[in-house]
Design a protein around this ligand. Structure first.
Ligand SMILES: NC(=O)c1ccc[n+]([C@@H]2O[C@H](COP(=O)([O-])OP(=O)(O)OC[C@H]3O[C@@H](n4cnc5c(N)ncnc54)[C@H](O)[C@@H]3O)[C@@H](O)[C@H]2O)c1
Length: 323
């Protein structure tokens, strides 16, 4: 059985999904659309797909079984609802959007439609993250420390707060999601963001250059996240969980896991390609008619978005916010 796939938005991340899907026998990319004709043509050349005239034209249930929506979060319109209404299975990139109410409306349409849905929180597919999750089952950390430092996305949209949501909403969302996946739900969040260097370097951008976020979780765990997208000499993204008798450290964006307790002090590195595993799970879920292989559903991703948007609001309102 070959599933026919359409792509809407074929920039940086879509290229990686295309390479993964080309290695999956049960998937065939048949339609693409991008506002950039050059990007659409490149994707068509790489896949043999037809370039469609609009995003809506991609969502033709007579032509495709599933769609990958890989436009930036400001440029999704009602595409997810349309896919759901037309019975087209949906993979959509994180973050889900910039407005929780809109995303919850889309969630309702998706759940009511019964389509298979998957969101690009690819790090969940790492064997290291799975191993950490299994270890933490039945163990509660009292402290979580997370951080993500590195560079900025080159696209103009990414530097506009009202288009990307900023580094936390767009990129550090992976670490927020990993915390939720491993340690449960956030309860309260308080954030401060700054623009010290961006104010001097790039007046046309509106995103923050650094953030410091504190939080508590439903089980009582407390933690912090620090982040900067203007750290040219040091890149890292880690999540550390401290328990009374254990220490779990996912470093290198989750690819390296260290677990220390009285019986072990082990470090393992993942050999898994998370984007490939993510697409394999999505295709498998469609073929088997079950959400079970999908590790990040639309509803789950909506909760991660709510945490990051609450952090943004907390910084503007100078107060801690309940989730
Ligand atoms: N899961 C991950 O690890 C990961 C990594 C990178 C990006 N992303 C997410 O993927 C999304 C895209 O990021 P990217 O890095 O590919 O960005 P990008 O700027 O490289 O590509 C975006 C593409 O979408 C196209 N586009 C923009 N508006 C459009 C519209 N209205 N209709 C059709 N096409 C449109 C652009 O022309 C471009 O080709 C973002 O939401 C980003 O957060 C996820």
């Amino acid at each position: 059985m070959s599933l026919r796939i359409g792509f809407i938005g074929v920039g940086g991340i879509a290229s990686l999904h295309i390479e993964s899907l080309k290695r999956i026998d049960e998937a065939e990319i048949v339609s693409v659309y991008d506002v950039s004709p050059e990007n659409a043509a490149n994707a068509a050349e790489r896949t043999g797909a037809q370039v469609m005239d609009s995003a809506e034209d991609v969502l033709d249930p007579g032509r495709i079984d599933a769609v990958y929506i890989c436009t930036p979060q400001f440029a999704r319109g009602n595409l997810e609802e349309l896919a759901a209404k037309r019975g087209i299975h949906l993979f959509v990139e994180k973050p889900l959007g910039l407005n929780v109410e809109e995303v919850l409306q889309k969630e309702k349409a998706i759940l009511e439609s019964g389509i298979i849905h998957s969101v690009g929180y690819c790090l969940r597919y790492l064997d290291t993250v799975q191993q950490a999750k299994a270890y933490l089952n039945g163990r509660q950390a009292h402290l979580i420390q997370a951080y993500r430092f590195g560079g900025s996305h080159p696209a103009r949209w990414w530097h506009q707060l009202d288009m990307s949501g900023g580094h936390l909403v767009d990129a550090v969302t992976h670490q927020v999601d990993m915390i939720r996946y491993l340690a449960g739900e956030f309860q309260e969040i308080e954030a401060k963001f700054g623009r010290v260097s961006f104010d001097r370097q790039q007046a046309q951008g509106t995103i923050y250059d650094a953030g410091a976020i504190t939080f508590s979780m439903e089980g009582g765990t407390i933690g912090s996240i620090t982040e900067s997208c203007l750290s040219v000499h040091h890149s890292s993204s880690d999540v550390k969980l401290f328990g009374p008798d254990f220490f779990v450290h996912l470093s290198n964006n989750g690819f390296t896991l260290t677990i220390v307790d009285e019986n072990q002090n082990e470090t393992v590195t993942s050999a898994v390609e998370p984007y490939f595993e993510q697409s394999k799970a999505f295709i498998d879920a469609i073929i088997r008619h079950t959400q079970e292989p999908v590790l990040s559903s639309y509803s789950d991703a909506a909760r991660t978005l709510a945490v990051t948007l609450a952090a943004n609001r907390s910084s503007v309102e100078h107060t801690a916010l309940q989730l």
